[in-house]
Design a protein around this ligand. Structure first.
Ligand SMILES: Cc1ncc(COP(=O)(O)O)c(C=O)c1O
Length: 338
């Protein structure tokens, strides 16, 4: 875990790496904002802090907090709950990374695992049922509710999005954001509406997710996608790109082997979507991906040859028409130099 606190208060901006690529013979710039450098190792560190501040005044220190999580938010909330000496229950599922479960447990949180599929390609609906039954059983227990709490998108409208805008020097670009609850994308969307950066904001989801509409089906990656529509984006989002697990995994391995950057499966999906946009539009020369987390959480899945072959995914493959020219970064780490 990387501490990013600053003497002036508030977390430091997460670093941005800039890749210079040639895609279909045209030079392009791909900015990767590495949220693995957020407190607790993922973009959910920002969300967790906002959720905690929202519920703090009504937390009963004996009953504590509960949340349904695919892992990243659970770790961040476990750390905050431990720091404030309140109990925390993380309701997870079998896709939650073993590394995250280890860290959540080490912080003293209770883990409840829901292991029956919800009939919509995941475990989300079962996790939410379990949260509701825990709330009935334990009066005073508080649910941070990352699925509806406006504190989640607000954290990105006021924090993550303007930070990226400054770091990329207000440049015109496509900005790609992964979707699960839709909190991050909804927060970015409000920033675009209110502050008008010259961005094409692209939602990125996985095949089989219903987060932005459509019917839910089988999914493999954790952290991205959902069994139901996002309450933050009830009418979906345009443009949205759907990526399958093979494409996301291929890009993760390519980034590791070619650029030396280790990102999670969601970020693989984001970069795959950015490459699709580059290929489709010769005039699209700059894109930024908000990479939610790093490779460390996926050593037993995306980065494991055994896991890949068990799920019928092939290993490293070249990316047709894509050549890495240079990797610069991290650029600029501090806001003032943007
Ligand atoms: C791995 C991963 N993918 C995708 C997302 C996007 O999540 P949401 O739509 O819930 O903001 C997150 C958010 O933190 C994440 O950690």
């Amino acid at each position: 875990m990387v501490s990013t606190s600053r003497a002036g208060g508030g977390p430091a901006p997460t670093p941005v790496v800039r890749l210079r690529l040639e895609v279909e013979g045209i030079p392009r710039e791909l900015w990767l904002k590495l949220e693995s450098y957020s407190p607790y190792g993922s973009v959910k560190g920002r969300t967790a802090l906002a959720l905690w501040r929202d519920v703090e005044a009504r937390v009963d220190p004996a009953a504590g907090l509960v949340e349904s999580t695919s892992g990243n938010l659970g770790l961040a909330l476990a750390a905050l709950a431990a720091a404030h000496r309140v109990p925390f229950t993380a309701v997870v599922d079998p896709r939650t990374s073993a590394a995250l479960l280890y860290d959540i447990r080490a912080l003293g949180a209770r883990i409840v695992t829901v292991d029956t599929q919800d009939g919509a390609g995941g475990y989300l609906l079962g996790r939410l049922d379990r949260v509701r039954s825990l709330l009935r059983e334990r009066p005073g227990l508080v649910w941070t509710d990352q699925y509806h709490n406006p504190a989640s998108p607000n954290a990105h409208t006021t924090g993550t999005a303007p930070e990226l805008h400054r770091q990329t020097r207000g440049q015109r670009m496509s900005v790609l954001v992964a979707v699960s609850t839709g909190g991050t994308l909804a927060g970015f969307r409000r920033y675009v509406e209110e502050s008008g950066p010259d961005w094409e904001l692209v939602g990125v989801d996985v095949t089989g997710s219903a987060a932005l509409g459509g019917t839910a089906g089988p999914r493999l990656l954790s952290g991205i996608g959902a069994s139901r529509r996002s309450a933050f984006l009830p009418d979906g989002h345009r443009p949205t790109v759907h990526i399958d697990a093979q494409e996301a995994v291929t890009v993760c391995l390519w980034l590791r082997d070619t650029a030396g950057v280790g990102v999670g499966g969601s970020a693989g999906a984001l970069v795959a979507a950015a490459l699709r946009r580059f290929r489709a539009d010769p005039a699209c020369t700059s894109a930024a991906c908000l990479c939610p987390d790093g490779a460390d959480r996926y050593l037993g899945t995306v980065y494991s040859p055994d896991w890949r072959s068990a799920h019928g995914l092939t290993g490293t493959a070249p990316l047709p028409g894509v050549r890495l020219l240079a990797a610069d970064g991290p650029v600029p780490r501090t806001e003032g130099t943007g």
